[in-house]
Design a protein around this ligand. Sequence first.
Ligand code: ZN
Length: 200
Amino acid sequence: MANAPLEIVQVGNPVLRQPARELSSEELGSERVQKLIADMRETMRAAPGVGLAAPQIGEALRLVVIEDPPTHHGKLSAEELARLERSAVPFHVLVNPVLTVRTDEVVAAFEGCLSFAGFTMVVPRAHKVRVEALDETGQRIVKVATGWYARILQHEVDHLNGIVCCDRMESRTLTTTANQVKFWKGKSADEVRAAVALDF
Ligand code: ZN
């Protein structure tokens, strides 16, 4: 059967607020879960997005797909890509991921979420993380990531714990995606913070 994009659930759906459960190795090898992984890949690509967690398609499972191909970077300048420390990440699957923060350094940047359609917000994230997980074949994998990739990993693992980006955002920076492009493109998080700060 062909893989079709699945419906992405939006914030407010309780499935985004419950901790997802681990997958057993038997389940991981099952036709159902292998099809789910293929469907999640197609759904992420169709959206398009750089990551998708199973709760976002209504499945409370500790399962994530990630891919940040160079074709996503066309609208960003070389300076912007460098500032975000964003470079291509090949497609991969994380099953039962365990994330640890590897630095005290925190970086803030605009991020969006496929379950928060039409909005973007500045979210502080750890600069460097380590994730230990299984891949789609049940092999143990370890990813150590910095910059934008570390941001993706933290965002997706948050989904497995019932956390969405608005829980961590700097709330005064919330903007529609259209207005982010119109007013804030190319601005650093510090510049955005200063521009929207309340002057007490
Ligand atoms: Zn998300």
